[in-house]
Design a protein around this ligand. Structure first.
Ligand code: NAD
Length: 713
């Protein structure tokens, strides 16, 4: 044995040829700080091993190396000195591999991502099996490759391909990696180790010029000035268009490649180290790493619920074939759970089926679904006008109109039809589940299952536990949501639950400015372009439906009479009274139509200004617009955590990200609060406290700030 560590072992596989094998204790290999240390020790041993002729780098797992250990990042990056030395040291370890005095061959199976891919790039040759996926996804974490990836990849596959890989962070299958020269051969899984060893032997025997293969990685990039300039200019344009100003990582990747292009290895690595360090100190990186960690936490929590489920959902019933019911029936059928779709109107059923057909047709056009599958999915949705048709299903999702009385009677009626063991859920957006349960005989078998629109695209499903909902019911519904390919987040009951409860104070903050005469178009621009929401608050209200939003304010007021008091003179109420319902009837804040080419249009309407008494072009400072919309949202989400509506800051962040499209580079409302600094937020909120209760921070937050605590502790 040449070396034996906790995660790495090195031994001769044949006389003269050593195998450095990643063999971590957990299910996957990753470059945590301890493994990097071992990697260096193992390579030092190899450097000092006599009679060495070649080295192959392998993994004992079904996958090569998944990358760095992201759970270490936030703590590490909060210490600038440690971060700098970690980056510089890590780069040197990969140089050690590249500098071994013998030919080196990486053998890849499964994932070789981030640091895993960079370890391969430091080898002279790379052999992959057919299961391999290779890539540098660091930009998705607001980072760039930091173990030599920006230096080596352009020298291996050329700057254009490398820029594409690095700035998009895409995964590449073995065949595609072979085409661009990122790997040298693809073999069947059973031949992987042998193929890598044979290549090392051939190189050692002089049949392959391994020194020539290594040399370009030690030198400046081989591209003439014009070629390089063209590549960089094109990439800059693409990055500006795709990533925009809120995501610094792709821009920094290009900067590192540009600054390192005319340098030898050491200079190019310095350029990479500097760019990497700069990114570790950005809010976007903290936010994107935060999202990764929160997503992991949410996934593992929902897996636990699902594992405990005693009832498997094999068939579903959906009440209402409208926008939501149609979408839920489609999603269920798509994921292999046949759905009976019940409505009181034949027209609605026809429309529901037509919409499902439309989505599937798009899938067929994109090659994602074939005709046979399309027919199979459509035929597993059974449209019906009869309650009786749902009597044998395992779960019912009620998605009829948002009216407590209608829902109450529909739910009670259907409870009498379904089996005693069946689960009943409601897709209500705002109405308390505990209240709805009062109409039921089996409240323990009832909970909320709040999907988002459009159902087939939006990942979040809020699962709402009413006062009497049993654990068994929650477990089974979480398992069903996972089956549908969604991200379930379990919350406790209150009007609006989590997502809509925090949305309404945000919309109220917006409406307050419009009531003061501020132009809603300007507010939308700030909230979209500067804050980063996919839609500003006026446009969002139009998409949700002004009538729906207005109706919800009644429910929210009933739940939170002082904080969310309904104001008849506010913009939403005025638009609703004027029957400007938003996109659904072509006019809300904006007017909607189509241009000559049939493309949808959205324009500001002079009639809206007249109705609302606001002034076209009247602006507030962008920071004030952001503060007045976002303080109420952050305050409300904090209240939800304090009141145990949501279990953790991580779940709240993911819920708003997946349910409302909270800008990922801000990481969610709690991460946003963290990057702003709680003290700064409180100071800002206090400035606006006179505007009403929604601007007033909780005592709990003041105490947290005083104690220097974080919601993520
Ligand atoms: P919709 O008006 O498009 O559809 C409601 C459907 O229910 C109609 O087809 C109607 O004919 C049918 N219906 C009425 N009474 C019925 C009954 N007794 N039995 C069966 N069907 C009946 O409404 P929608 O937008 O799909 O909303 C449905 C529910 O989903 C509401 O509770 C709403 O709050 C909630 N929701 C809506 C959205 C959204 O963005 N639209 C998002 C999340 C949740």
């Amino acid at each position: 044995m040449i070396y034996q560590g906790e995660s790495i072992r090195v031994d001769f596989i044949e006389p003269g040829f050593a195998e450095l094998q990643f063999d971590a204790k957990g299910s996957v290999n990753k470059f945590d700080q301890a493994t990097l240390e071992e990697f260096s020790e193992a390579l030092t041993k190899l450097q000092n091993t006599d009679d060495l002729r070649g080295v192959i780098v392998t993994s004992s797992k079904s996958t090569f190396i998944v990358g760095a250990d992201i759970t270490e990042f936030l703590t590490l990056f909060s210490d600038q000195e440690k971060t700098r030395s970690w980056v510089a040291k890590a780069s040197r370890v990969f140089d050690q591999l590249e500098d071994l005095p013998v030919p080196t061959v990486g053998a890849v199976k499964g994932f070789a991502l981030g640091g895993g891919c960079e370890a391969l790039l430091a080898c002279d040759y790379r052999v992959a099996d057919t299961t391999a996926t290779i890539g540098l996804p660091e930009v998705k974490l607001g980072l760039i490759p930091g173990f030599g990836g920006t230096m080596r990849l352009p020298r291996v596959i050329g700057p254009d391909n490398a820029l594409e890989w690095i700035t998009t962070g895409k995964n590449n299958k073995a065949e595609d990696a072979l085409k661009v020269g990122a790997i040298d051969a693809v073999v069947e899984p059973e031949n992987l180790t042998k193929a890598a060893l044979n290549l090392a032997k051939a190189a050692a025997a002089g049949q392959q010029d391994w020194k020539a293969k290594r040399q370009p990685k030690l030198e400046p990039l081989k591209a003439n000035d014009t070629e390089l300039m063209m590549t960089l200019v094109t990439a800059k344009g693409l990055i500006a268009a795709k990533a925009g100003k809120h995501y610094p990582a792709p821009h920094k990747a290009l900067e590192a490649i540009e600054n390192g292009a005319r340098e030898h290895r050491e200079g190019a690595l310095k350029a990479e180290n500097n760019a990497f360090f700069d990114l570790t100190q950005t809010d976007a990186c903290q936010a994107q790493v935060g999202i990764f960690l929160a997503d992991q936490a949410v996934k593992s929590k929902s897996k636990k619920y699902a594992k405990a489920a005693t009832k498997e959902i094999k068939t579903a019933g959906v009440l209402g074939a409208g926008i939501m019911g149609g979408g839920i029936a489609y999603q269920s059928a798509l994921k292999g759970v046949p759905a009976v779709m019940k409505d009181i109107k034949q027209d609605a059923l026809d429309l529901g089926m037509k919409e499902a057909g439309k989505i599937l047709k798009k899938g067929v056009e994109r090659g994602k679904v074939n005709n046979e599958k399309m027919i199979k999915i459509l035929s597993s949705i059974t449209p019906t006008l009869l309650n009786e048709a749902v009597k044998d299903v395992d779960i019912v999702v009620e998605a009829v109109v948002e009216n407590p009385k209608v829902k109450g009677s529909v739910l009670a009626e259907i409870e009498g039809v379904i089996g005693d063991d069946a689960i009943l859920t409601s897709n209500t957006s705002t109405i308390s589940i505990t209240e709805l349960a009062k109409n039921l005989k089996r409240p323990e078998k009832f909970c909320g299952m709040h999907f988002f629109n459009p159902v087939h695209k939006m990942p979040l499903v809020e699962i709402i536990r009413g006062e009497k909902t049993s654990d068994d019911t929650v477990n089974a519904v979480v398992a069903y949501a996972l089956k549908l390919g969604k991200t379930p987040i379990v919350v406790n009951d209150c009007p609006g639950f989590l997502v809509n409860r925090v949305l309404f104070p945000y919309l109220a903050g917006f409406a307050g400015m419009v009531d003061e005469g501020v132009d809603f178009v300007g507010i939308d621009k700030v909230m979209e372009k500067q804050f980063g929401w996919p839609m500003g608050p006026a446009y969002l209200s139009d998409v949700v439906g002004i009538d729906t939003a207005d109706h919800c304010t009644v429910v929210m007021e009933a739940g939170f009479p002082t904080r969310m008091k309904r104001d008849e003179s506010s913009a939403i109420a005025k638009l609703a009274a004027a029957e400007r319902y938003g996109q659904k009837n072509g006019k809300g804040f904006y007017v909607y139509g189509t241009d000559k080419k049939g493309k949808p249009t959205k324009e500001a309407d002079p009639a809206t200004y007249e109705l609302l008494g606001c002034e076209q072009g009247k602006k507030l400072d962008a920071d004030e617009v952001i503060a007045r919309c976002m303080i109420p949202m952050v305050n409300e989400v904090v209240r939800c955590l304090e009141e145990d509506i949501v279990g953790s800051a991580a779940e709240a962040d993911m819920a708003l990200l997946y349910g409302l499209g909270f800008p990922p580079f801000r990481g969610g409302p709690f991460r946003y609060l963290e990057t702003l600094g709680m003290e700064n937020f409180i100071q800002l909120a206090d400035k606006y406290a006179h505007l009403g209760e929604i601007y007033q921070v909780t005592d709990g937050m003041r105490e947290m700030a005083k104690a220097g605590k974080s919601y993520f502790d």
